[in-house]
Design a protein around this ligand. Structure first.
Ligand code: GAR
Length: 200
């Protein structure tokens, strides 16, 4: 069974969707939080999953290395589920094509440096686009720049607040992320020239 580490920075609703996924193709081995006291870590505790806290405040430039130390040889896949820090250095080589992230927009729109959480939905609303969505992608050196695995589209209505958009997108995130992990665990994701082909 595929062993997974999930990284969280906040409420952890995406972590919950992974924990609630009704298939046994993967197992969450550990949850790593970017700071103490976040609800995502509570969710892990409630599910009996070992937790770690690796904060940038404590580890500074060594943050990614500390996460590598915790995960190397222990998990097969790292999932960024609302993890808002940027991974860099050795971990990206050690876990090449084995780190995935969920982003709350249709990449390559509304993504990149400083585009996370509500910033994304505010920008979407302001832009006047009629559709947004979410993306699960592999993580590489470029922020939100790795190969796209799955995307889902949601409509944006004139009367929507940024919170309305966030809620509508989250519903889809909660389906998309576990599905991507499940596909990965079953060896159904192949990358060809930077593009993902989902095998039948
Ligand atoms: C989610 O909307 C996720 O897509 C976003 O943070 C939220 C976390 O919610 N991630 C990013 O913006 C990453 N660039 P959650 O803690 O309830 O899962």
């Amino acid at each position: 069974m595929l062993k997974v580490a999930v990284l969280v920075s906040g409420g952890g609703s995406n972590l919950q969707s992974i924990l609630d996924y009704g298939q046994d193709s993967f197992k969450v081995e550990m949850v790593i939080g970017s700071k103490d006291g976040i609800y995502g870590l509570e969710r892990a505790k409630n599910a009996g999953i070992p937790i770690h806290v690796v904060s940038r405040k404590e580890y500074g430039n060594e943050t990614s290395n500390k996460i590598l130390e915790l995960t190397k040889g222990k998990v097969d896949l790292i999932v960024l589920a609302g993890y808002l820090s940027i991974l860099d250095g050795e971990i990206l080589k050690e876990f090449k094509d084995k780190i995935i992230n969920i982003h709350p927009s249709l990449i390559p729109s509304f993504c990149g440096d400083k585009m996370y959480g509500m910033h994304v939905h505010n920008a979407v609303r302001k832009s006047g686009v009629k559709f947004t969505g979410c993306t699960v992608h592999f993580v590489n050196e470029e922020v939100d720049g790795g190969s796209i695995i799955l995307q889902e589209v949601v409509p944006v209505y004139f009367k929507d607040t940024a919170e309305d958009i966030q809620k509508r997108v989250l519903v889809e995130e909660h389906k998309l992320l576990p599905r991507a992990i499940d596909l990965f665990s079953r060896g159904k994701i192949e990358i060809i020239d930077g593009r993902v082909n989902i095998l039948k």
